[in-house]
Write a protein that binds this ligand. Sequence first.
Ligand SMILES: NC(=O)c1ccc[n+]([C@@H]2O[C@H](COP(=O)([O-])OP(=O)(O)OC[C@H]3O[C@@H](n4cnc5c(N)ncnc54)[C@H](O)[C@@H]3O)[C@@H](O)[C@H]2O)c1
Length: 269
Amino acid sequence: MIIDLKGKVAIVTGAGRGIGRHIAMTLAKEGVITIGTDIRAEQLEDLGQAFAAEQLPGAQFVCDVRDAKRIAEVVEEVRSRFGSIDILVNNAGVASGGIVEELKEEIWDANMDINLKGTFLMCQAVAPIMREQRSGRILNAASFAAIVPAYGSAAYASSKAAVKQFTRVLAGELGPYNVTVNCYSPGMIPTDMNHFAEQTEERQNRLLDTLTLRRWGNKEDIANLICFLASDLAGYITGTMIDISGGKFATQIPAFAYEAAARKESLRS
Ligand SMILES: NC(=O)c1ccc[n+]([C@@H]2O[C@H](COP(=O)([O-])OP(=O)(O)OC[C@H]3O[C@@H](n4cnc5c(N)ncnc54)[C@H](O)[C@@H]3O)[C@@H](O)[C@H]2O)c1
């Protein structure tokens, strides 16, 4: 079975760094004409150089996902230059927080505006094109926080939980047009957003102890899922949220399994 994405056209938001950059590079290496957008021009320039160095197909546009006018310009340019928009990955996001009693209104607004409204605005601009094409794949970054929120994550977790419901509503609206809409929930992928792998060893161990697979996620793990969900092979999946967290809290205390495995090993040796 082969995932064949060659010649498709994708937009990946927040492609300047982190998971989004990896998704953009991976799609382009699969032959997808990949348009990376981001609010940070210098990061996009760096992405452009990486594309040029590997002669990957695509383009980069500075675009704030909160700016409907700029989104319309970019989407129109992509359509007129490349002919279609087959894949939209709404990856751009922020994860600032604070406990509710101290949470600043601007932090609440930033999470809602970028994570939720940004996803809505991008979908609103791209959906008519996919509807006309009678095909398309929309993939929205939710988060494990949409399943089980973390301490102090009211703004972030609420925005990502809303992305999940938004995804289902849009899947329903676009179903008749053969456009699928799904979201995915990464668990813990070390990036500049969270610096997981730079915390003290003790804290890292406490975090890893929540995972059935007991390792950090890789950006590749997410990019691989995106490639599958964007492909024809995933044509019967819509309106769902895929948990890609290494089995975070799949059981109540995943660390027990590791303790049992260590006991078995020590009995054997
Ligand atoms: N890393 C994780 O463990 C994890 C876990 C769950 C969910 N996620 C989600 O995955 C996505 C990517 O996360 P990441 O860890 O790579 O984060 P990151 O901070 O490394 O990258 C986010 C990107 O989004 C861009 N961005 C921010 N605001 C923007 C705006 N207004 N318009 C356009 N672009 C904007 C940033 O410039 C950056 O390039 C986010 O939606 C995040 O919530 C990540």
